[in-house]
Design a protein around this ligand. Structure first.
Ligand code: FE2
Ligand code: FE2
Length: 287
């Protein structure tokens, strides 16, 4: 099957030439950060839930990108893939640190979810044809770039209004992660498109599998955290909780249909402005 894939490979890197995917190694000390590190418990536990999902997902991205590296011929895409692997490795390490602190706050179900996620991904990969396996990193990167864009653009939603905006090491970390997710947003799609011409399959995989799986995982873990903290045991908190869910849902559901378009390439023109703005913002963190 991999030999068939090699013959199909004609696509190239679509990361703009003036964007360099740069592995960086900033350090973050999360020891003084509260579990409610964003505007409120709803936003904080959404990002905490995402943090639980990220390490094994990013390790899977790394593993699949490595697996198909020999099938890619474009030198720029090969460099992009190497840089993505190194960026994701650093993200995973930092998320594991955050998750270690969360576990100390007393959420025993985190370990159960982690074990289930590893089992689920292992079984799925064992029985996946290449097109389906390649859709995994492309789908995951679809979500991480969408969430990153939202975190950068909707500051008030996540960190509060200007006067009361939260600031701490976890926010710095999220800003840095968001920058790098924007930076390497095209890589897994390019690998998919290089090896599998039917990019509409990615839309199908997203709509009917990865989107439901991601929504259930992230909102499910967030719900568990909020319940365990007693937040959702108080009737008055259900209004703000449901408001958060309805406001945040479009972030994870929009954009999936774009892969149906054969001419689609990531990096919309406004992404470049957003990326440059974010790079300025995190300058002190990454330098
Ligand atoms: Fe990442
Ligand atoms: Fe990523």
């Amino acid at each position: 099957m991999k030999d068939n894939i090699k013959q199909l490979n004609t696509a190239h890197s679509s990361t703009p030439d003036d964007i360099a995917i740069e592995p960086r190694r900033p350090e973050f000390d999360f020891s003084g950060v509260s579990k409610y590190w964003l505007k409120d418990p709803f936003t904080s536990h959404f990002m905490n839930a995402l943090s639980i999902v990220v390490p094994h997902s990013e390790r899977t991205v790394i593993d699949i990108v490595r697996k198909y590296a020999d099938s890619i011929s474009d030198p720029k895409l090969i460099r992009d893939m190497d840089a993505l692997i190194r960026q994701e490795g650093r993200h995973t390490l930092m998320h594991l640190r955050c998750n270690g602190l969360l576990k100390k706050c007393g959420y025993p179900a985190i370990r159960l979810f982690e074990q289930f996620q590893k089992f689920f991904v292992r079984i799925l990969r064992r029985f996946s044809p290449p097109a389906w396996e390649l859709a995994m990193p492309a789908a995951f990167e679809h979500f991480t770039s969408a969430i990153s864009r939202d975190f950068i653009v909707n500051k008030t939603f996540w960190t509060g209004d200007q006067a009361n905006a939260a600031t701490n090491a976890a926010i710095d970390f999220t800003n840095w992660h968001a920058l790098e997710e924007l930076e390497h947003q095209a890589v897994c799609f390019d690998v998919f498109a290089a090896l599998e011409k039917r990019t509409w399959l990615l839309t199908l995989a997203l709509l009917f599998f990865w989107m439901p799986a991601t929504l259930v995982s992230v909102y499910g873990i967030q719900f568990y955290f909020l319940l365990k903290d007693g937040i959702l045991l108080k009737g008055k908190n259900w209004g703000p909780y449901l408001k958060f869910v309805f406001q945040s849902l479009p972030m994870l559901t929009r954009g999936a249909f774009k892969y149906v378009d054969k001419g689609f390439r990531p990096w919309r023109s406004k992404d470049i402005d957003l990326y440059q703005m974010q790079k300025q913002k995190v300058h002190n963190i990454i330098c």
